[in-house]
Design a protein around this ligand. Structure first.
Ligand SMILES: [Zn+2]
Length: 113
């Protein structure tokens, strides 16, 4: 079983569910980083590379919520061209609320980097 591949597949299913224009998810990497729960890297602003921490995400739910959180960042950057100084500003909260509704409360906004 390849968890990283499954998480990547989840990303595309999630984008479809949300009705977002799909963007390439180059990789979802599970790492031992301890500082962040998740990171979203969009070097070319067209595709994303997501890193999730196996240390700070301590439940399955946590894991998927963090992945969704990072996908919101990527969606704002890639599809909406929103570049914010405060990463969890007004536009982020707007998108997060839509996701919360669509996922029936599975995802709730959390201050994750
Ligand atoms: Zn964040």
């Amino acid at each position: 079983m390849n968890i990283e591949k499954d998480l990547q597949v989840f990303c595309y299913q999630f984008m479809e569910k949300m009705g977002w224009k799909p963007f390439p998810v180059n990789r979802v990497k599970v790492s031992k980083m301890a500082r962040y729960k998740g990171l979203c890297i969009t070097e070319d602003c067209e595709s994303v590379y997501i890193i999730l921490s196996e240390i700070t995400n301590d439940s399955n739910k946590d894991f998927f919520a963090t992945l969704i959180h990072e996908l919101i960042h990527a969606h704002l950057l890639i599809n909406k061209k929103v570049f914010q100084h405060h990463k969890h500003g007004k536009r982020f909260k707007q998108e997060a609320k839509k996701v919360q509704k669509k996922t029936k409360g599975f995802y709730t906004i959390k201050e994750i980097v």
